[in-house]
Design a protein around this ligand. Sequence first.
Ligand SMILES: [Zn+2]
Length: 402
Amino acid sequence: MKNTKIICTKCNKVYPADILQDRCDDCHEPLEVEIVKKGKIRESNFLGQTVLERYADFFPYFKEVDDVSMREGFTPLQESKKLAQEMGIAKLYFKNESTNPTWSFKDRGTLTGVLHAIKIGYKKIATVSSGNMAASVAAYGAKSGLKTYVFVSSQIPAEKINPIAIYNPILVTVEGRYDLIQRESLRLCKKYGIYMINSDAPFRVEGYKTLAYEVCEQTNFDVPDYVLVPNSSGGHIRGIEKGFREFKECGLIKKVPRMVCVQAAGCSPVYNAFITRADQVERIENPHTLAHGIENTLPLSGNQVLRMLKWNKGFCVSVTDDEIIDAQATLASTGLFLQPESAASLAAVKKLKHEKYFRGDEKVVCVLTGSGLKYTAAFEHHKLTHYTCKLDKLDDFLGSQQ
Ligand SMILES: [Zn+2]
């Protein structure tokens, strides 16, 4: 840990990695663990490995791996030939993060965040979340025996509370605007010596690199042209981009895919800044989208996502709730039931097709962030049907359906 540096994403000021420091003292922008420039995959039977064992060279600061892993990662990359044809592109893949231990992508980052907390001596961890991250931190806190605090916005749907409470953290629903809850919790955790595993904390972002490594392996290192990521705080897309960048630096792949930051039209601060060529995101005052997981009015890593998109030649797409629901139904037609936030990535592909953006030879990955069962209220937006039938009429009914 002592040989690792974390660096300000804006002014390049260097900080040690064995302290808890999320943001730069000078410019208040997010910090990032320095890039790995030399490494290879520890090839073995992945069924017996954790992501940190397989990609150990890319996590040089975790020499010995504690018993924290819940076998996160190694999620399926599902190809849809039918949808690729409909979208007019060469290949369309879905990276299905709902197969993680708490059914969302968050587990990759919680693993590395919790490991960092333990390594630098913390006994208490916390998070602020609208759902997925809360469940993930609560689960990993329980597994590793750390006292765990979870602050949740009082506006989240009731069905999201108990899946957090089941892990028995100190769970608090807080009234107030989400970004203000985030900032106040950060201040209080510092005061009480609690490690905040924030959405864009440097060692959480590190965990998200593993998604990129897996995509490289799953595509036999023929990396995609575009990776679409639904965006909330910006930590997820930053981690994925860093993973590709590290593999390129190490000579494992030839190019880094263009990253596409997907936001909901009802709350799209990064998109708004991107299309006006602004350097800074501005707060959204009246957010409204059913994709609550990406309803982040002032993303902590928003400015850094804008900087990253510049060097990466990436871009932003915003999609309406109707487009998200339509994409959720399309995903279900391929056998995948994901939460609305996840469907935003496919909605963005549909939008790009509609705008005639594609030439036809593109390889595209949509990151599907979490399970559809996380937000069953979305059902009411679909025209779902079923039949009722008396037992003695079942024969007639099936006959009529042939
Ligand atoms: Zn700085």
